[in-house]
Design a protein around this ligand. Sequence first.
Ligand code: UDP
Length: 240
Amino acid sequence: PTPSHRWQRVLLKVSGEALAGDHKENIDPKITMAIAREVASVTRLGIEVAIVVGGGNIFRGASWAGCSGLDRSSADYIGMLATVMNAIFLQATMESIGIPTRVQTAFRMSEVAEPYIRRRAVRHLEKGRVVIFAAGTGNPFFTTDTAAALRCAEINAEVVLKATNVDGVYDEDPKINPNARLLDNLSYLDVTTKDLSVMDMTAITLCQENNIPVVVFNINKPGNIAKAIIGERVGTLIGA
Ligand code: UDP
């Protein structure tokens, strides 16, 4: 996208790690408020925003699997439940500043949130509501990045905006090599062949197969969320 480009409907992916901010295994209310404010500023322009939240700040299935006999599927269900906690926190924050928001979960928790119904999600977006998708894909062995790619394709959003704690994708690990270069553009092929650990293979190939561009950007820089949503150049753009 060029600075003049305007997305109409975007899928914002917020990882658990990004939500944690300074609160390592928790949620940082400063971050959720920053998301709420910046999302509010773009929905006022008529841009439709759907959000997929991660859960890694609370529980990551793969790292727990194997511990004390926990099988992977059970661990992953706990991970998916963690994303629901983040979603409700984010929803409450958004509504506290007057943004109409709906949470839809990939498996039923009807006392807490709506079940995921694609057409209903689209209708909410058309009415200017922010839709937060929780519980990932609803299936163990997947990630919320894959959920982001999947929901993006399903609701015909134009782009996955992946909010992280780094400025974008580097050619090398900047923690190891301080001279690592931030890459402005990358192809799907670069991501899948160069081991750049942007997102897992399932997620990136789903984006590739559906021609969904991915923008990886730093959520901690004030204004970045709004810029990414509007289509200003931030971070790294991954595409064909
Ligand atoms: N998860 C899952 N299926 C999904 C999405 C998530 O089983 O479709 C589980 C998985 O255990 C994962 C956890 O939920 O570790 C939290 O999601 P993720 O690690 O993707 O969150 P993030 O890294 O974005 O914080």
